[in-house]
Write a protein that binds this ligand. Structure first.
Ligand code: AKB
Length: 334
């Protein structure tokens, strides 16, 4: 997996590769470590500061630990504006990749903490970016959509009335970022990620079943899925996510026609994922016990229309369901 992380540093370099000083918040989550490897590969390890409120060893596994050790890592609580500002000013940070957020399932368990981190954290980041002239990338999600959104090939511009605190905070993030861009000229960019599949264990999401299933399958040959077998959700393999995110953040500003883009790749149900996995493990047995996360999944789209991302900045995912399953087994068996 360390080799895989290093490989991200070769993500296609087509955009603006002028030197940058990058700060990544929430680096010990699912995406931070691999994004850090990618950006360090292009801009130099010392120019990408990773940060989190945890100690690197405490979570995020081998890859996260390597990302923290491979370059500067600082303790940073995004709710504390002064300490974030200190890091930005002292290090002349010009690009903030703001990943700190509580995801959908954990957000429903702890709505007040989700509001604090997702809303107040974002306010701090945008204000710091405005005052110190930094650009901001903050991912949005399919969770920003809701039960009244059209479910198939959901377009970029549509009804957005999410029913989770996570979704509400992400719609707020998209709109506030756009406000800062229009009113103050902050270079704010966002993409709506589907569920991201990677070998590292994620935390607190509704799409996480599609990762848990691999870990359980390899340990026990069985999995009890918390979603119904026919729940279709948009998903993406981590390599596509990192490559696309790098391309988007470094895309020349004049190519972008909007601040937030859908980023689709594949979509499948737990039953379809199981069949694909059974090509490797014919005896894999999956049962279904939907819990509170079913209602969250039912409020999200089946698939995304990401034609604007493809047209404007060259989004071009490579992995389909079977190739994603093949590479997951390969990485997890290492
Ligand atoms: C979640 O399930 O909460 C996340 C997401 C789709 O944003 N993976």
């Amino acid at each position: 997996r360390l080799a895989a992380a290093a490989a991200y540093s070769t993500a296609t370099a087509t955009g603006d590769l002028a030197p940058r000083k990058v700060l990544i918040t929430g680096s010990l989550g699912q995406l931070g470590a691999v994004l850090a490897s990618c950006f360090r590969g292009h801009f130099g390890a010392e120019n990408v500061i990773t940060s989190d409120i945890r100690r690197p060893a405490a979570g995020g596994g081998e890859v996260a630990l390597a990302a923290a050790n491979d370059g500067p890592f600082v303790f940073l609580d995004v709710r504390d504006r002064a300490s974030v500002e200190k890091v930005v000013v002292e290090n002349k940070v010009d690009t903030i990749i703001h990943l700190s957020a509580l995801l959908s399932a954990i957000g429903e368990r702890e709505p007040q903490r989700a509001l604090d981190v997702n809303i107040n954290g974002l306010h701090n980041i945008l204000e710091i970016a405005r005052v110190h002239n930094a650009s901001v990338f903050c991912p949005s999600t399919i969770g920003a959509f809701g039960p009244s959104t059209p479910v198939d090939q959901t377009p970029d511009l549509t009804i957005m009335r999410p029913t989770t605190i996570y979704g509400i905070s992400k719609v707020h993030m998209e709109l506030l970022g756009e406000y800062y861009a229009n009113r103050y000229g902050v270079d704010f960019r966002s993409v709506r990620y589907p569920g991201i599949i990677s070998a590292d264990e994620p935390g607190g999401g509704t799409t996480d079943y599609a990762i848990d299933i691999f870990h359980h399958a390899l340990k026990t040959g069985t999995y009890n899925c918390f979603l119904h077998e026919n729940t279709r959700l948009p998903m993406m393999y981590i390599d596509d996510c990192i490559e696309g995110t790098f391309k988007f953040i470094t895309a020349p500003r004049e190519k972008l026609t909007q601040s937030t883009y859908n980023m689709g790749a594949i979509d499948f149900t737990p039953a379809e994922l199981t069949s694909s996995m059974q090509r490797h493990m014919p005896n894999l047995s999956v049962s279904y016990s939907p819990d509170f996360r079913q209602k969250i999944a039912d409020s999200w789209p089946n698939s995304l229309d990401d034609s604007s991302a493809r047209k404007d900045w060259g989004w071009d995912p490579k992995f389909d369901l079977d190739s994603m399953v093949d590479v997951m087994f390969k990485n997890l068996k290492k």
